[in-house]
Design a protein around this ligand. Structure first.
Ligand code: SF4
Length: 248
C-alpha cells in the first residue's frame, strides 16, 4: 500500500542552505533513494543527488538520514513509521557542492598518501606464494565500496576540520592494515600509519564499524590490530581497553 511520505531535504550549496519540506507519494518496498528520485522527477527537478548502482555496491549515494550516515539506496522506508518525517541531509564531514552532493576529494588525497603494494622478489620458479589464511584475512578489507560513511561519522574529523591534515580516517586505516598484514608486501607501514595518518588520534569508539554497509569490522580487525603492531600493548591504554571490551 502506498502512502504520502513527509520529507525534509537539505537544499543549498557552498554559500549555505536550509531544510525544505516535501510530501512525496511512495510505494511499499521502496527505499529512500526512490523517494528522492520521485521528488526530483515531480517537484524539485534541480535537486542534486549522487547515485549510480542502486544496489549498495558503488558507494555513491552516501548521505545522512535523520542524522545517521546511510546509503540512500539501502535504507528501506519500512524502517520508519509512515507518520514519521524523514530528514535527508548531505554528509556533514565533507564540503557541500549542492544539495545532497558533497566534495569527497579529502579521501582521494588521503589515498595518495598510502604507499602502493611493493611485493617481494618472486621465488626461483617466478611465482609468489602466500598461505591461504593470509589470502582470507585480506578479503574482508577488500569488501570496502568507498562510500566514506565511516569517514563521515568519525568524530575526529566530523566537527574538527583542523584534524583533517593529520588524520587519514577509518577507511584508510583499513587499507594500511590490509597492506601491512600482507605477507608479500615489503613496506613497513606502521610508522606511517601512526605519524602521517594519525592512527593514535583514533580512540576506538567503533562508530565507523556501526555505519559500514559492508559490515566490515573496521575497529576490531583493522584499527586495533594496527595499533597493536605500532606500539607495545602496555604503553597504550586504548589498545588494552580495546582488547577488553566486547568485540563486534
Ligand atoms: Fe564505506 Fe565500510 Fe568502506 Fe568505510 S570501510 S568506506 S563504511 S564500505
Amino acid at each position: 500500500m502506498g502512502y504520502d511520505l513527509s520529507m525534509r531535504v537539505w537544499r543549498g550549496d557552498v554559500d549555505g542552505g536550509a531544510l525544505a519540506d516535501f510530501t512525496v507519494p511512495v510505494e511499499e518496498g521502496e527505499v529512500v533513494l526512490d523517494a528522492i528520485h520521485r521528488l526530483q522527477a515531480t517537484q524539485a527537478g534541480d535537486l542534486a543527488v549522487r547515485w549510480n548502482c542502486k544496489a549498495g555496491k558503488c558507494g555513491s549515494c552516501s548521505a545522512e538520514i535523520n542524522g545517521r550516515p546511510r546509503l540512500l539506496c539501502m535504507t528501506r522506508l519500512s524502517e520508519y513509521d509512515e507518520s514519521e518525517t524523514i530528514t535527508v541531509t548531505p554528509m556533514r564531514t565533507f564540503p557541500v557542492i549542492k544539495d545532497l552532493v558533497t566534495d569527497v576529494s579529502f579521501n582521494y588525497e588521503k589515498a595518495k598518501e598510502v604507499p602502493a603494494f611493493a611485493p617481494t622478489a618472486p621465488d626461483a620458479d617466478g611465482k609468489r606464494r602466500m598461505s591461504q589464511v593470509d589470502v582470507e584475512r585480506g578479503q574482508e578489507f577488500r569488501k570496502c565500496i568507498e562510500c566514506f560513511l565511516c569517514q563521515d561519522t568519525c568524530h575526529v574529523v566530523r566537527d574538527h576540520e583542523e584534524n583533517k591534515p593529520a588524520f587519514a580516517g577509518p577507511r584508510f586505516f583499513l587499507r594500511y592494515a590490509e597492506l601491512d598484514m600482507h605477507p608479500l608486501d615489503t613496506n613497513d607501514r606502521r610508522k606511517l600509519a601512526q605519524s602521517a595518518a594519525g592512527l593514535s588520534m583514533c580512540n576506538i569508539t567503533k562508530c565507523c564499524t556501526e555505519v559500514c554497509p559492508e559490515h566490515i569490522k573496521i575497529t576490531d580487525n583493522a584499527i586495533i590490530p594496527m595499533k597493536e603492531r605500532v606500539v607495545d600493548r602496555k604503553y597504550d591504554p586504548l589498545v588494552w581497553l580495546g582488547s577488553k571490551i566486547f568485540r563486534r
